[in-house]
Write a protein that binds this ligand. Structure first.
Ligand code: FMN
Length: 353
């Protein structure tokens, strides 16, 4: 039987809304707002462990006001937010002290160079908090899901479809076929107990209801939270572009080009990333050399808007759900509204049949 994700996250309300650990975008205020609203909030780490420490501290202060948690901790003494790491980028030795200090409720791993690296991280993280911290792994194919389950036995498996904003599998399927096929394959391989969560292209209640129908116990939204009050944005023009962009299959693109603009691509071969179509992409399509694209990109970064905006050149990671993102709201409000509306959608389906 599949483990109930709700039993692992007792403060959360159903259906479970999770914010993606968007490195450099999802900080402590965003994560705390989502958790306080009965969701699961994640902070996204990149290289800088001192910055992560500050964001965890922000989350702890924000949660100290919450009546749900005593001294901003769960009954088990964990900080009720998660932290997302990119194991190909961060050294495990640098991550462990931060985990030991803050004891986050969950640790999320994504984009290890080898699947076996997830097992190494899992083995080292678990004892750091006496086995209490939950391990989430995000991956992007049926076979990778089974392999990751076999090697690292995550507590939660996040299946990321190709509509997702930011990085993901270059060869991907949409969540609508990925999740149920992965659920079947995992059950066949003896891992049917692992709760599954859907990510990629879900930006409103209708997407959440669909993900539940596919067999997900929760939904990760990244792009939708780019239009939250708490998100950390490199420039307001980025958020404006997310609000302006529509018809996500046309206004965003998956490519490795975005990873080569400031130098060599450091991402493992398996990954590319989805971002808003910029002048950089249009120039690439019309045949401009990478050298020239890089020169223009550097120039654009020096401008007042730092090169962001629909006519800009600097990468703005976002998923195909951008067209559904129309206004900026508090992250807690987003989590609550989407959750409550999803319940109405599901109820409407039930009564309409
Ligand atoms: C701006 C941005 C940054 C992201 N950074 C990370 C990251 O650092 N680590 C990670 O595991 N996922 C990252 N993601 C992917 C999310 O975890 C999630 O899979 C994705 O946002 C879901 O798709 P959606 O954007 O369509 O909601 C990022 C996504 C976005 C939009």
């Amino acid at each position: 039987m599949t483990t109930s994700l709700h039993s692992l996250l007792p403060w959360t309300a159903k259906p479970l809304i999770i914010n993606g650990p968007m490195g450099g975008f999802a900080g402590g205020s965003l994560a705390a707002a989502v958790t306080s609203a009965g969701g699961m909030g994640f902070i996204g780490a990149v290289y800088d462990m001192a910055a992560l420490d500050r964001e965890l501290s922000n989350a702890a202060s924000a949660l100290s006001a919450s009546p749900t948690f005593e001294n901003s901790r769960t009954k088990e003494g964990l900080l009720p937010v998660g932290v997302g790491f990119l194991p190909f980028l961060v050294k495990l030795e640098d991550a462990l002290p931060v985990i030991a200090k803050w004891k986050p409720h969950s640790v999320w791993l994504f984009a290890a160079r080898e699947h076996a690296d997830y097992a190494t991280w899992a083995e080292r993280i678990r004892p750091t908090t006496g086995g209490k911290t939950l391990l989430w792994i995000q991956t992007g194919s049926v076979s990778a899901g089974v392999e990751v389950a076999r090697l690292a036995r995550p507590d939660v498996l996040v299946l990321q479809g190709s509509d997702a904003g930011g990085h993901g599998f270059e060869k991907g399927a949409g969540i609508i076929s990925l999740l149920p096929e992965a659920a079947d394959a995992l059950a066949d391989a003896g891992f049917g107990d692992i709760p599954l969560v859907a990510a990629g292209g879900i930006a409103d209640a209708r997407g959440v209801a669909a993900a539940l129908a596919l067999g997900a116990q929760g939904v990760v939204m990244g792009t939708r939270f780019l239009a939250s009050k708490e998100v950390m944005m490199p420039h307001p023009a980025y958020q404006e572009a997310v609000l302006e962009a529509s018809d996500g299959g046309q206004s965003t693109v998956r490519t490795k080009l975005f990873d080569t603009l400031r130098g060599p691509n450091v991402w493992p071969e398996l990954y590319d990333g989805r971002g808003v179509v910029t002048q950089t992409w249009r120039d690439h399509v019309s045949g401009m050399s990478l050298e020239e694209i890089r020169t223009l990109h550097k120039e654009a970064e020096g401008r007042e808007d730092k090169g962001y905006g629909l006519k800009g050149r600097v990468t703005m990671w976002a998923g195909t759900g951008v067209g559904l993102v129309r206004e900026v709201k508090g992250a807690g409000e987003i989590a609550t509204e989407v959750r409550e509306e999803a319940r109405r959608v599901v109820e409407g389906l039930r009564t309409g049949l």
